[in-house]
Design a protein around this ligand. Structure first.
Ligand code: 8IG
Length: 257
């Protein structure tokens, strides 16, 4: 199916297509459920190697509703892992790469991974991304937990009279668990910027003035879609550049993928 046809089917009933994709994952992995999903954005894909050996790996295009990822450094693969945590074993679904809003395929394409993950049973969703640092205290290479966001896209993944509360969108409980193992981690406010252009220095100054620490082109729609389906969300940015105007250097995407 070409991308336009996939999007047409997805937009008609996104949750039904997510359920169909989840069923396909169960068939491919012979696991009825997964408990945790991890979305690895640019800069993070190699982190999957630290999880050991997956039990299964397949291409997103083997599942309904997924379009082929286009940005360099984004894998378009899904892996299933069985991880031992204490005396428990959990099944973890790992997405290598994601679809971005700037691709112009709509919010349902952007949110399809996390909706599929929730439909496979995931009650916790971990989202990672690479971001520009607005906060002058941040250094390149630093991970930052997202504690809240500001959406400057004026676009929601939800439609209809669906007034979802976002007060605890980035689960305090999950953030506290992470900080117990690394108390030096900073927390910050992430701005979702549509892209694909980066910001102007004036836009970065505006973002800092309204309380932002980080800026990027992902994560926010997925966090909202997962939360709306009842999952807990943890989100982590890797600061891979100082945002426009912070150092006076030009931004270069090759540095981040
Ligand atoms: I990596 O400086 C990365 N992604 N909008 N601005 C925006 N997205 C980004 C940036 C940045 N760096």
């Amino acid at each position: 199916m070409d991308n336009l046809k996939i999007i047409e089917v997805l937009d008609k009933d996104p949750l039904a297509v997510a359920q169909a994709a989840a069923n396909q994952i169960s068939q491919l992995t012979k696991k009825q459920t997964h408990q945790v999903a991890l979305v690895l954005g640019s800069g993070w894909v190699s982190a999957a190697d630290s999880l050991g050996k997956p039990t299964h790996e397949f291409s997103v295009t083997e599942l309904p509703g997924f379009i082929n990822p286009t940005v360099a450094g984004h894998g378009g693969k899904i892996r299933s892992y069985d991880l031992s945590i204490g005396d428990k074993s959990i099944s973890v679904l790992v997405f290598l790469g994601r679809t971005h809003f700037y691709e112009g395929l709509g919010m349902n394409a952007v949110c399809h991974s996390v909706r599929t993950a929730v439909k496979t049973g995931c009650k916790s969703i971990v989202l990672t991304n690479a971001a520009g640092g607005i906060n002058r205290d941040y250094r390149v290479g630093q991970p930052v937990l997202i504690r809240d966001h500001i959406s400057l896209t004026a676009a929601s993944p939800l439609s209809g009279a669906n007034f979802v509360d976002l007060t605890d969108l980035y689960s305090k409980e999950l953030r506290n668990i992470v900080k117990q193992s690394d108390s030096t981690l900073s927390e910050g406010v992430y701005v979702h910027w549509r892209g694909p252009t980066y910001e102007t220095p004036a836009e970065i100054n505006m973002m800092r003035t309204i309380g932002a620490d980080l800026v990027g082109m992902s994560t926010v729609p997925e966090a909202i879609a997962a939360h709306a389906l009842g999952a807990k969300v943890l989100a982590i940015s890797l600061v891979t550049n100082a945002a426009a105007g912070v150092t006076g250097e030009k931004l270069d995407h090759s540095a981040v993928s």
